[in-house]
Design a protein around this ligand. Structure first.
Ligand code: NAP
Length: 263
């Protein structure tokens, strides 16, 4: 990927203004990808990430879109088509938690928001990516159907999908369980069309997500629950994502990689 013109390819990272998504965006740029930096609210942070990508000599755009909003997702992919190199990677990273709650305290509105962002958003973005990457389609290859050149999709799951999040956020855990199943199903569906689909399942990672669930100290307070006795970093998760995106993982699809310190 050294050539910046003919070989250039882009990756869209959702929720790339902060945390794991920002670390993934920067790791991708370092590895030679052009990067589309999606965010929901924090434009200044997204702009900073895009600027850092450009400082590494790659192209970058930052784009506001709620991944649960279909028209916003369509507009975002149209901008990538128009302004960046061909889309060959998608990282479905945007995700939310909510305040600690048992199932018997969970409202329908909370469930709808959780699944709309964590699950439906990943489906919508993957659908648009497959339409562009699949050797059966090739919407953005600016050629006839069949001109897609393949690609890789990486979904962000969570070890909560295995553990269930009892007493804390079973809804979040279930949304990530859906992501695991989605990963395996989509991987098999498009395996013969040049697209690999994998997931990374982080454990407890030191990012702002815990504060947004009302537990800012959670990552460090949970050290004793983690076999390695410490939370992970966003950069450590990004390493796994980058490998799954890369040609080094060319025979890996439908895999779910735990990056969790043994949790
Ligand atoms: P974070 O620090 O809270 O960052 C979340 C990112 O997602 C931000 O860039 C935010 O944008 C964006 N976002 C939120 N809602 C969005 C929406 N509706 N549409 C588009 N973007 C949206 O989260 P993180 O800890 O890096 O987590 C990233 C992913 O890893 C999530 O899927 C999460 O479930 C998963 N994960 C995290 C952990 C952990 O311990 N941190 C563990 C397991 C799995 P704004 O900045 O604009 O708000």
């Amino acid at each position: 990927m050294g050539d910046k013109t003919s070989q250039a390819r882009s990756v869209l990272v959702t929720g790339a203004s902060r945390g794991i998504g920002a670390a993934v965006a920067l790791a991708c740029a370092r590895a030679g990808w052009d990067v589309a930096v999606n965010y929901a609210r924090d434009e200044a942070a997204a702009e900073r990430v895009a600027r850092e990508v450009r400082a590494m000599g790659r192209r970058a755009i930052h784009m506001q879109a709620d991944v649960a909003d279909e028209s916003a997702v369509l507009a975002m992919f149209a901008r990538v088509d128009a302004e960046l190199s061909p889309l060959r990677g998608l990282v479905n990273n945007a995700g939310i938690v909510d305040a600690m709650a048992r199932v018997d305290q969970t409202s329908l509105a909370r469930l709808q928001r959780m699944f709309a962002i964590n699950v439906f958003g990943s489906f919508l973005c993957a659908r648009e990516a497959v339409l562009r990457m699949s050797t059966k389609h090739g919407v953005n290859a600016k050629g006839p159907p069949g001109s897609g050149r393949g690609g890789a999709i990486v979904n962000l799951s969570s070890v909560a999908a295995k553990l269930g999040g009892p007493g804390w956020y079973v809804d979040y855990a279930a949304s990530k369980g859906a992501i695991d199943t989605f990963t395996v199903g989509l991987a098999r569906e498009v395996a013969a069309e040049g697209i690999r689909v994998n997931a990374v399942r982080p454990g407890i990672i030191d990012t702002d997500i815990h504060a947004s669930g009302g537990q800012p100290e959670r990552a460090h307070q949970s050290a004793a629950l983690i076999p390695m006795q410490r939370p992970g970093t966003a950069d450590e998760v990004a390493e796994g994502v980058l490998w799954l995106l890369s040609d080094a993982a060319r025979y890996t699809t439908g895999a779910i990689l735990d990056v969790s310190g043994g949790r």
